[in-house]
Design a protein around this ligand. Structure first.
Ligand SMILES: [Mg+2]
Length: 231
């Protein structure tokens, strides 16, 4: 999957590290807890819109275009079917993190930074990867609401974290439900994340995506990945 190009004369010992496509580049916000601390709600639609806009900008202005992107919370996964920068990992990680950090800083009107990692996959693994990130989206959703409710009850951050660690998912579900929120009925983007992709010449941002693990979700992914290949 990966190879090291020998560069005996160079001090840049990682510059020859390459990854083969398909690959996912996943960016994650650094210290975003602080960025979001002004927001008291478990979800902030303005922040989510800024994340989606930064991804949209990526499709429009970065250059190498991913087939699709998936974002939730402070993370972004970009699925590339062709390796950008000939698969050079240092180039990919630094330029993608640099672009997304800049785009998001402009959106938020404050300086933020994102880190990045390159994940080589087989084409057959793309769907499983996205299912995994969407499962994480759901866990994050349950946890965020649970945390918010406990903070509302007067627990401090450490106490709320401690209590949540001892609870099962359905117990957090119940706790939140008692406060009048049904976690199965929150906005789809909170539960399932947001997808960005190219659609007939423009960039589409979908805030109401199905579960990637369902037949419908699978079919949508197959269509986007299939048309990105031929387009
Ligand atoms: Mg983070």
């Amino acid at each position: 999957m990966q190879r090291i190009r020998a560069k005996s004369t160079s001090w840049e010992i990682y510059s020859g590290l390459c990854a083969r496509a398909p690959l996912v580049v996943r960016a994650d916000g650094r210290g975003f807890k602080k960025v979001l601390e002004e927001s008291i709600k478990p979800y902030d639609i303005d922040f989510a819109r800024s994340m989606a806009s930064a991804v949209e900008r990526f499709f429009l202005d970065f250059g190498p275009t991913p087939a699709l992107a998936f974002t939730f919370s402070d993370e972004i996964s970009l699925v590339f079917l062709d390796a950008p920068f000939a698969g050079r990992v240092e180039k990919i990680d630094s330029l993608v993190a640099g672009f997304l950090s800049a785009a998001l800083s402009l959106e938020l009107r404050r300086l933020v930074s994102m880190d990045c990692r390159t994940i080589p996959l087989c084409k057959e693994e793309i769907c499983s990867y996205l299912v995994e990130r969407q499962n994480e989206t759901w866990r994050n959703h349950v946890f965020s609401y649970g945390f918010y409710m406990l903070r509302e009850e007067g627990l401090n951050e450490a106490q709320a974290m401690e209590k949540l660690r001892g609870l099962r998912e359905r117990e957090i579900h119940e706790l939140v439900f008692q406060k009048g929120i049904n976690l199965a009925k929150t906005p789809a983007w909170e539960r399932r994340g947001v997808m960005v992709y190219r659609n007939v010449g423009h960039v589409a941002v979908d805030w109401d995506i199905p579960l990637f693990s369902t037949k419908e979700g699978n079919a949508i992914l197959a269509e986007i990945i299939g048309s990105a290949r031929t387009g």
